[in-house]
Ligand binder design. Sequence first.
Ligand code: ADP
Ligand code: DP6
Ligand code: CO
Length: 363
Amino acid sequence: MADEIAAQKWVLMVTAQTPTNIAVIKYWGKRDETLILPINDSISVTLDPAHLCTTTTVSVSPSFEKDRMWLNGKEISLSGARYQTCLREIRSRATDVEDEKKGIKIGKKDWEKLHVHIASHNNFPTAAGLASSAAGFACLVFSLAKLMNVKEDQGKLSAIARQGSGSACRSLFGGFVKWKMGKEEDGSDSIAVQLADEKHWDELVIVIAVVSSRQKETSSTSGMLESVETSMLIKHRAKEVVPKRIIQMEEAIKDRDFPSFARLACADSNQFHAVCLDTCPPIFYMNDTSHRIISYVEKWNRSEGTPQVAYTFDAGPNAVLIARNRKVAAQLLQRLLFYFPPQSDCDFNSYLLGDRSILQDVG
Ligand code: ADP
Ligand code: DP6
Ligand code: CO
């Protein structure tokens, strides 16, 4: 670092917010653990950043002695390979930064020596199956890229975020997003692309029922590794089932065809959890309340003759419910409150169901 910078006393800061995304065709299984390359394509919906999101502030100062990070107010170690990769990949693309008002001038080379402090906060449960790793790593990469004036496009940034957490690559885009598994060994074509923006299907309403905000016992990373090692079903899923579903799901999204969208999303969530059961030892992400919500939605859809609500569960017990329009969403919330009252013996915590169930537009 140039000597005159080392003696300076400024702090430069950037804050960014990134929403989480929920997969409707799930990613589960890697072909490369280090580069985080998946065994199948996946498709997700990015939520409204006003509701479920990560907020990250990254700062740089010549007075910082090492890279440090705080997650939800607690300092965490940055020594893990995923954090190191994201930092390295962004640093290597840093360009000159100038802030005339503050008299700051950082040259491209200075970034190699300057240290960053990162403070990140999730406004929803962390590691509970609501894709905190997705919002978290997308936000980390996006805010660092902004701070260091990285000039790569969103696709390239998605490939960097992917190396923090696979699902994170999809959170760099709004609306409906596809993560292409890619073919290249170096992962350069394993990137996210936007299928449709947030305005494309703005009738949809997402309701998230927080069944439990406890941290899950098996992280997504170790769960999918165990599935790849022990499940026969996962092979069939990745080769035979998902490729067809991806085509059908893209079509359903393009045509705003809710019945097809709902059937595919529910079937894919159920198959993902079947893979978890087919893993040795089996992984149970859903609980009794999750199962009761599935039965309830299935009955409702059957009684209407056509799907009104789609459900999908990530690696956790929390339900992501997608209503076909606002009217159905209002009914859904009413019925959830009636059948799954906050103070019942189920896992719902009154505070979470009362205040944290989230009613929001996809856009
Ligand atoms: P989830 O279902 O919430 O995505 P995962 O098991 O996939 O759960 O990932 C949880 C991990 O993601 C956390 O233990 C932490 O390492 C990382 N993570 C969560 N939030 C953030 C964040 N805001 N910034 C950086 N990393 C995060
Ligand atoms: C069930 O992206 O959290 O949410 O790549 O190991 O960090 P790592 O796993 P992660 O897995 C997400 C799995 C899922 C499905 C999905 O988001 O597609
Ligand atoms: Co995750």
